[in-house]
Design a binder for this molecule. Structure first.
Ligand SMILES: [Zn+2]
Length: 215
């Protein structure tokens, strides 16, 4: 495997509804055709230029094998991975991510980045527009990376529900223990304590995940 230290984000410059209803694989095959068809119709390359492509519904497809340099950013194909988002036609470099892409793409791209960071010594994540006078990918990658989208209502509801169920369990437990005799009470209290610790641990894990923005 070649040494990979940077991820470069791109777009396919297709309209939002491009080939709607077709599989991601079919869309990737079409982009590949643009790249491998001989000039002047295509680029005349040996394979699709990108290593990953992300569809509007968040589906991630692989393109060129990772162990080969891509063809996506002139002068920056060595040591990089090219990731392309479907969409971005008529976008501008100053647009927000959400102006051109879906929430599912946002989630999928962040997840892909985290996964690749675990496998490669990635020290930089950039947009094509940082290396060429182009809009691609149609947003500022550095700003997008630090500005996560607002957390969903569903995530905070889950967290509240965890707290509410813990309170309910403790309340019910206390009532039940009150009805038992001496020895049984001690045993019940010990077991209730263990159960409570378990519940607190689950809650702590959820809070940690929530803080990291995992939904
Ligand atoms: Zn590009």
């Amino acid at each position: 495997m070649r040494r990979i230290t940077e991820l470069i984000i791109h777009c396919t410059a297709t309209p939002p509804g491009w080939r709607n209803g077709q599989s991601t694989a079919a869309k990737v095959a079409e982009v590949k055709r643009w790249h491998i068809d001989p000039k002047p119709n295509g680029r005349g390359w040996s394979d699709i230029g990108y290593h990953y492509l992300i569809d509007r519904d968040g589906t991630v497809e692989t393109g060129r094998p990772l162990d080969r340099d891509g063809a996506h950013a002139a002068g920056h194909n060595k040591g990089t991975i090219g990731i392309s988002l479907f969409g971005g036609k008529s976008s501008s470099a100053s647009d927000q991510f959400a102006d051109n892409y879906t929430r599912a793409q946002d989630k999928a791209l962040r997840k892909l980045i985290v996964g690749l960071q675990k496998q490669h010594p990635i020290s930089k994540i950039s947009g094509h527009n940082e290396y060429a006078a182009k809009a691609c990918p149609g947003f500022n990658v550095g700003r997008w990376l630090v500005n996560k989208p607002p957390r969903s209502v569903a995530a905070s509801t889950t967290l509240q529900a965890t707290g509410a169920s813990a309170t309910a369990v403790v309340g019910a437990g206390a009532t039940a223990i009150g009805g038992l005799d001496g020895t049984a009470q001690i045993i019940a209290v010990v077991f209730a304590g263990i159960a409570l610790l378990g519940l607190l641990w689950v809650a702590r894990e959820r809070v940690k995940k929530f803080a990291r923005g995992i939904r």
